[in-house]
Write a protein that binds this ligand. Structure first.
Ligand code: 3MF
Ligand code: MG
Length: 344
C-alpha cells in the first residue's frame, strides 16, 4: 500500500514474451514463480489471474483437483505477502469458443463456457477473492448477420445469472471493449456493461472494470467512463494503460501517450475515493523492442505515473478552478491545468 492508501495489481501476462500477430516471441518465458517474485519489488500488492494462470492445465483436471491446485497457489501468494484481486475465465482460446463463448451459436459451446466459468469461480474462492472479471472477448461478430444482438444480450444475462446462482458470494465485474479480437463486440462500453448488470438477478453483485485503452478505442474518454460507473458505485476494478489513437489495442504504459487524459483518470478516481473500493490494476505490455532483462519498466513507470498524478490532483488549486468555472472562463481553466501539469 502506498502513502495515499492505494493498492496496486497486475496480471502475470503483463510480463510477456513480446510476440505479436506478425512475429514470434522475442523474450524468453518467465515462470509464474519468477513473476510472482517481482511483485513486491516493483511495489505491487495483488495479482490478477486468468483461471489458467492459477491452474494451467485445468481442462484435464476434475473440479476437486482444480481446487487443490488453486489452494497451492494461495499458499504461494501468502508466502509473498500478496493477495489475489480477481479471476477471469479465459474464454477466448479454447476450440469450443471459436464462435464466441456465452453467445456462441452452438449450445454445447455455450454450456462449455458456463462450466469453465464455474471452475474459475471455484479458483477465485480458493484464492480468497470474491471477484470475477468477465472480459467478453469473443462475444460479438465478424459477420453481423451470423448472430442476433438481442438474443446475445439475453444469453449474456443467462450466463451471468448462472454464475451468480452458482456462487452466492461472487461479484462479477464486466470489462467492456468495442472490438478486437472481434470486428464488433456486443458489450463495447461502460453503459452496455452497466445496463446488463442492472438486469441481472442480483444486480448488487454485478459491476464493471474500466480499461483505458478500451474506452479510447470506443471513442470515449476513460475519465468520464470512470465517473459514470462510480456514480452508481459500480467501478470495482480498473485496467489503467494508454493507447495512441484508433488502432490495435496497445496496452501502453499508463500516461505515456496523453498525460492530461491520464491526469483526469487519476483525478476522477481520487475525487471518488477509489482506494476505498478497489485496487489500482494495470494492463500494460512492454513494447516488443524491450530487452528481456528490462521488460518490467512499463510496470514501474505506470505505477509511478499514477502516484505522481495523485500528487498533482491533490495539489490542484481547486479554489481557482472553481472561480474560473463560475466565470465561465474555460480557456483560463485550460491554461491553469496545462501549467499545473507542466509544473508551472
Ligand atoms: C483484456 C484483459 C485480459 C486479457 C489480457 C491478455 C482479463 O483487456 O484485461 O483479460 O486476457 O489483457 O493480454
Ligand atoms: Mg484489460
Amino acid at each position: 500500500m502506498d502513502k495515499f492508501g492505494y493498492r496496486f495489481s497486475f496480471g502475470p501476462w503483463n510480463i510477456h514474451e513480446g510476440a505479436d500477430p506478425f512475429g514470434p516471441t522475442v523474450r524468453p518465458s518467465r515462470t509464474f514463480d519468477d513473476k510472482l517474485a517481482q511483485y513486491k519489488t516493483l511495489g505491487f500488492d495483488a495479482v490478477q489471474f486468468h483461471d489458467d494462470d492459477a491452474v494451467p492445465n485445468l481442462g484435464d483436471l476434475s473440479p476437486a483437483q482444480i481446487r487443490e491446485q488453486a489452494k497451492a497457489v494461495r499458499r504461494k501468494l501468502d508466502e509473498h505477502g500478496l493477495i489475489a484481486e480477481f479471476v477471469a475465465p479465459r474464454l477466448w482460446e479454447h476450440p469450443m469458443t471459436i464462435d464466441g463463448a456465452y453467445t456462441s451459436n452452438d449450445p454445447k459451446a455455450r454450456a462449455y463456457a458456463i462450466e469453465r466459468s464455474k471452475r474459475a469461480a471455484d479458483i477465485a474462492q480458493e484464492l480468497g477473492c470474491d471477484l470475477m472479471v468477465l472480459w467478453l472477448a469473443r462475444e460479438g461478430t465478424y459477420m453481423r448477420e451470423a448472430k442476433n444482438a438481442g438474443r446475445a444480450a439475453q444469453q449474456l444475462l443467462e450466463a451471468i445469472n448462472a454464475l451468480l446462482d452458482y456462487d452466492p458470494k461472487l461479484r462479477i465485474a464486466i470489462e467492456p471493449k468495442p472490438n478486437e479480437p472481434m470486428d464488433l463486440a456486443y458489450i463495447p462500453t461502460m453503459g452496455h456493461a452497466l445496463a446488463l448488470g442492472f438486469q441481472a438477478k442480483a444486480p448488487q453483485r454485478v459491476g464493471v472494470l474500466m480499461e483505458s485503452a478500451h474506452s479510447i478505442l470506443a471513442g470515449l474518454d476513460p475519465a468520464d467512463e470512470i465517473g459514470f460507473a462510480m456514480s452508481f458505485g459500480k467501478l470495482w476494478s480498473v485496467h489503467l494503460n494508454d493507447q495512441n489513437g484508433l488502432k490495435y489495442d496497445q496496452d501502453r504504459s499508463f500516461g505515456s501517450v496523453d498525460l492530461r487524459r491520464a491526469f483526469n483518470e487519476v483525478r476522477v478516481l481520487d475525487e471518488n475515493r477509489f482506494w476505498e473500493v478497489g485496487i489500482v490494476g494495470l494492463d500494460v505490455k512492454a513494447i516488443r523492442t524491450q530487452p528481456a532483462e528490462l521488460a518490467t519498466k512499463h510496470l514501474r513507470n505506470s505505477l509511478h505515473m499514477f502516484l505522481r498524478l495523485v500528487e498533482l490532483s491533490r495539489s490542484l488549486d481547486r479554489q481557482s478552478v472553481n472561480a474560473l468555472i463560475a466565470a465561465r472562463d474555460y480557456e483560463e481553466l485550460d491554461w491553469l491545468i496545462l501549467s499545473h501539469l507542466m509544473g508551472r
